[in-house]
Design a binder for this molecule. Structure first.
Ligand SMILES: Cc1ncc(COP(=O)(O)O)c(C=O)c1O
Length: 481
């Protein structure tokens, strides 16, 4: 039943007719060095057409996406991807372009690219944007490289440390480390916000900056953000905005106005492009004017009514990706921003916040809420009320699979024990939220009356409990005969 396509192979079953090859063997050997010419057939499985179609159709039914149902994966903003985005990205004049085409033949694409740089600057309050990075984490790396280049250009070489709050996503300390900084952790206070005293105590002339997510990973707005910015700037550091949670403030507040110097935005979160199986994503990076010179090359600029790539940027950190970024993803996000407009983006944000607060209220009878105060687009619960019956957050998450849900993010943020992070997004209706509340209520009742049912979940999934550590550390991703 769970056979791999290779195990379904039946020799001779894939009878097909290919059109005659119009390239001679001689010209192939002229173009491809001898060394790379294949001598044997590749070991591809042979299946009849109907078996191949069934295989892939059945596989597709096992995948769970936001087009199947509710996907409240905290910190990931799994909002619906409007199909108009796909239409735009498939327009032949955009999808059929080649990155090596001369600039005068791709003016429309360059205009779109330029306008996207401008729109993201407007939305975030920055002075310029690079659309090159391919994901949020890649954007972080680009932004922190720009900060490093800035300090080095000023000969301020003493700054070898980057501050990161204890509530941060793992990519933040990882990024700081990859770019060559030592990580200094800043504590959260009782209210789940940056502890100002700790920040003040740790700020000194060895600190290059602070990476901050706002709203933070508890879904809480850092209300002392101006004070935080002043502490970092007065100490000579720069403030980095991790834009993974931009959906909680987009159209309402701008990181640039709060004092942030660099931001990344995840187009596959706030701007509705699909997350895909790990990609392709897009994590554009925006900066204030003091950092403009350090952005990756090329940027798209406008001269008169012509658009062109600008490579004349001697202080640039260089390229962080081949060509110009994931262009198709940029087109999808462009379509989203244009179709919503400023008012639509603000409305989307307000609904995301309303939905999160509605769920928080509805779940508080059955579950412990980590910080039971007004949140932005997400909030964190845990299994404290169920712990006496031996139930963990993982059990609740697994039981949700039986009810047909993709479970929320679990065991993050790490400052909350047994955390479950719920982000409904604005694209869910009240009916859908109420169904989820009812399901969570059912699970709480099961946990109280029949704990084994929850502890041994999932019962309906193809794969039951897996050894998560082995699956993460030693994944078997290759079929071998
Ligand atoms: C707070 C936060 N920062 C950074 C990232 C990294 O973004 P990406 O997955 O696009 O690399 C994530 C991803 O979920 C996140 O939640």
């Amino acid at each position: 039943m769970n056979k791999l396509v290779f195990e379904k192979h039946v020799k001779g079953s894939n009878s097909f007719t290919l059109p005659p090859c119009d390239i001679s063997e001689e010209s192939v050997s002229q173009c491809i060095p001898e060394l790379f010419l294949r001598r044997e057939d590749t070991a591809l499985p042979e299946l009849s057409e109907v078996e191949a179609v069934r295989h892939f159709t059945n596989l597709s039914k096992r995948a769970y996406g936001v087009d199947n149902g509710f996907y409240p994966l905290g910190s990931c903003t799994m909002k619906y991807s409007p199909k108009i985005n796909e239409w735009a990205a498939r327009l032949p004049g955009l999808a059929g372009l080649h990155p090596y085409q001369p600039e005068d033949t791709v003016q429309g694409a360059l205009q779109l690219y330029y306008e996207m740089q401008e729109m993201l600057s407007e939305i975030t309050g920055m002075d310029g944007f690079s659309l090159q990075p391919a994901a949020g984490a890649h954007g972080e790396m680009t932004g922190i490289m720009a900060i490093k280049a800035y300090h080095q250009h000023r000969q301020d070489n003493k700054r070898t440390k980057m501050m990161v709050p204890d509530s941060a996503h793992g990519t933040n300390p990882a990024t700081a480390n990859v770019v060559g900084y030592d990580v200094i952790e800043v504590k959260s206070n009782q209210r789940g916000l940056v502890d100002l005293d700790d920040l003040r105590a740790k700020m000194n002339d060895e600190i290059a900056g602070l990476m901050l997510t706002n709203p933070n990973t508890l879904g809480l707005f850092e209300e002392d953000i101006r004070e935080i910015a002043a502490i970092v700037h007065d100490g000579g550091g720069l403030l980095y905005y991790d834009g993974a949670n931009l959906n909680g403030i987009v159209g309402v507040a701008r990181p640039g106005d709060m004092g942030f110097d660099v931001v990344h935005v995840n187009l596959h979160k706030t701007f509705s492009t699909p997350h895909g199986g790990g990609g392709p994503g897009s994590g554009p990076v925006g900066v204030k004017s003091i950092l403009l010179d350090f952005l990756p090359i090329p940027l798209v600029i406008k001269k008169g009514d012509q658009y062109e790539f600008d490579y004349e940027r001697p202080l640039s950190i260089g390229k962080v990706r081949n060509f110009y970024g994931n262009f198709g993803v940029i087109v999808k996000a462009y379509a989203y921003i244009k179709s919503l407009g400023g008012t639509g983006l603000k409305e989307a944000c307000e609904h995301a916040v309303l939905n999160a607060n509605y769920l928080r209220h509805q779940l508080r009878e059955d579950y412990n809420i980590a910080m039971d105060v007004l949140c932005k687009h997400e909030f964190v619960i845990n299994s404290k009320k169920q712990a006496a019956n031996g139930i963990t957050t993982m059990d609740i998450a697994k039981r949700l699979i039986d009810y047909g849900y993709h479970p929320p993010t679990v065991y993050f943020p790490m400052i909350v024990s047994e955390a479950m992070m719920i982000e409904p997004t604005e694209t869910e209706s009240k009916d859908r939220l109420d169904e989820f509340v009812q399901t969570m209520h059912n699970i709480a009742e099961e946990a109280a009356n029949d704990p084994d049912l929850v502890i041994h979940a999932p019962h309906n999934a193809v794969i039951k409990r897996v050894d998560e550590v082995t699956a993460a550390r030693k994944p078997i991703v290759k079929w071998e005969r």
